[in-house]
Design a protein around this ligand. Sequence first.
Ligand SMILES: Nc1nc2c(ncn2[C@@H]2O[C@H](COP(=O)(O)OP(=O)(O)OP(=O)(O)O)[C@@H](O)[C@H]2O)c(=O)[nH]1
Length: 773
Amino acid sequence: MRAAGVKYKFRTLRLSPTSTTTGTRALRIPTTTASKPPKCLVPYSPSSCPFLRVGHPLALSKASSIRGLAAVAVAPAVPEEPDIIPQEEILAKMDPKEMARLARVRNIGIAAHIDSGKTTCTERVLFYTGRIKSIHEVRGKDAVGAKMDSMDLEREKGITIQSAATFCDWVKKENGVDEKYHINLIDTPGHIDFTIEVERALRVLDGAVMILCAVSGVQSQTITVDRQMKRYNVPRISFVNKMDRMGANPWKAIEQINSKLKIPAAAIQVPIGGEDSFQGVVDLVGMKAIFFEGHKGIDVIEKELSEIPAEVKKLAEEKREVLIAALADVDDTIAELWLEEKTPTLEQIKAAIRQATLARKFTPVLIGSALADKGVQPMLDAVCDYLPNPSDGNFGQLTYIRVYQGTLKKGMHFYNAKSGKKIKVPKIVRMHSDEMEEVPSIGAGEICAVFGVDCASGDTFTDGGLPYSMTSMFVPDPVISLSIKPKNKETAAFSKAMNRFQREDPTFRCKVDLESQETIISGMGELHLEIYVERLRREYGLDCVTGKPEVAYRETIDSRQEFDYVFKRQTGGAGDYARVMGYMEPTRDPEGKNHFEEQIVGGHISEKFLYACEKGFLKSTEKGPMIGHKVLGTRMIINDGATHMVDSSEMSFKMATEYAFRDTFKLANPIILEPIMKVAVSAPNEFQGNIVGLMNKRNAVIEDSEIGADEFTLTAMCSLNAMFGFSSQLRAATQGKGEFSMEFKDYLPTPPQLQKELIANFEKERARRNATR
Ligand SMILES: Nc1nc2c(ncn2[C@@H]2O[C@H](COP(=O)(O)OP(=O)(O)OP(=O)(O)O)[C@@H](O)[C@H]2O)c(=O)[nH]1
């Protein structure tokens, strides 16, 4: 439960100024709007968990979506009790029964590449735990669809769009005794267009199951999900699914987790048979064979190794050695035994796997086939054995803080800018590797760590006087947009829907273009936007007309250019006057940040007017001078200028900067940049030629091509512009058997011909608008 987990598992905490200037303007941090009141993922009641005080247990049985749960991390304290109690105190006060109950709770997510079998697997989990009475397959013949794909659109397309939350109870045998675990589970979408759903889910979870396809191994989206799990420090177990498929090879998948994801991984099971004859697994920890019999594999039958073929037994012995060797690398006890050539006990192996998994130094790999009803129950056992419970991170978790201004003293109060909560600074420590030294205070510019501070990664703390905050969740920028308008003038329902979608999904944006007066929606891909257009129709009864999808281009400059701009206007009474001088140049910043700086000597422009200049600069970067797209990687320095005693105003300096920016930009070797996508296409081997042809036609740079037993995967870099309409062409070229995913990689210059066309189209459109005004 990151409800308690995040609350007490804090990591980095940064107060980061966005401006490099000092003085009163140094702390200009983007303000985020407050999210909805947080809900609690786990049905805690205030009496059973007094410190959480959420008081609003979310009825997970009814919740088909986890919308709004991202706010869990910062559950508010009750108003009459604003101080946060240090967590050592909380734990000391906590009822031992409550601690025991928490030890049997798991909050986990299932995340993987598209179509790896997350939903199919979750369907089995619900069935085996008794939450549903029968299994319906994704795109199954009965046309019912899986329980977790609750939206009609999900059932029709056979993909998961929204994360869905559910819970179940799993009874696990521990030393011959039945132990009941409560599992809260979130099934996340695999498609890159819905990546924010995974971010949102991982942020509130304690652990995850990473599913891989036994044929395809680590795929493009597995790498994205891996990055997200690392970003939110989520421990994971891995499940190699689809062992029944031709060409299934779990060892390749495990090797790829080690080499491509760089996480030490080893199998804790070996398969008995494979492909058509996949029957079960050997558990390498307990060294026993496990078979799945009865209706939908509901009966788990354990057998002695003497009852299975000798070659499987031999493989199990070999792979157990590999497992122990891998654990010796990450666990001291096992390392010592390993050196002494002693065999660790079952308990020692289990403890080592758990500790190393929790520390995110290792991922144990399980094997199975959800569709063939094999291997899901041991996966649930592994969730209980190796993934954290909500109180697991409570001890020893620190929050790292960088102090930007002032002094942080033990016992003082500061405020979380996001939640407004008043927090007492408990113990402050300086870290020396893994040792710590307690200090009474810490000054500006230093990094320290504190215990028991209620916050989320990236939160901002102030002395209470400044209402600034910054967003802590990573939200990728949209790469595609299109104009949209309802066919009938249903404006109220339309704006209600738009507001809801934006609240739910930070990667979906909606704005009205001031020049064209059109509503523009933007998101992570064609499919992403298509789904919202379809949701408007189904959920709000709004048929919409959409424009052609447009790529989110960027504009930048490639050389340094000086400027000396005078803005002068005489309109009747008082006039306007401002003169700004300086230069513009590329920042060459890898993240493409823009930068404004004043280097005025002699006070020719006052602080107040320089602030207006910075405003003018920021406004200019929002809409580039070439084609009206955002500006990247551009620095503007103002180092001189002039002010008129009467005619100068903030407005005139803002305007002067905007005009100077526009003119100088055009002289500084301007370039239009376009999004380059990393595309992964897989299809049966016989279509390889067709697909290479399709990619070549799009001028894609093919980076890698991996040929499996029956399928191949091709990875290429291609401009988003060239990828329009790819899904239908891929369908046609592969008899519907090919699939692809793409992810934003970088912004690169457009070919000169395209740049010319884009500018010409922009000018033409502007002239048309001016003529109709
Ligand atoms: N052969 C085989 N097919 C499987 C297995 N598990 C799932 N599938 C099939 O793979 C396809 C995708 O399964 P899903 O469960 O929808 O995969 P997903 O990861 O939830 O998909 P998204 O959420 O859309 O990314 C479906 O056609 C399943 O029937 C398996 O173990 N073996």
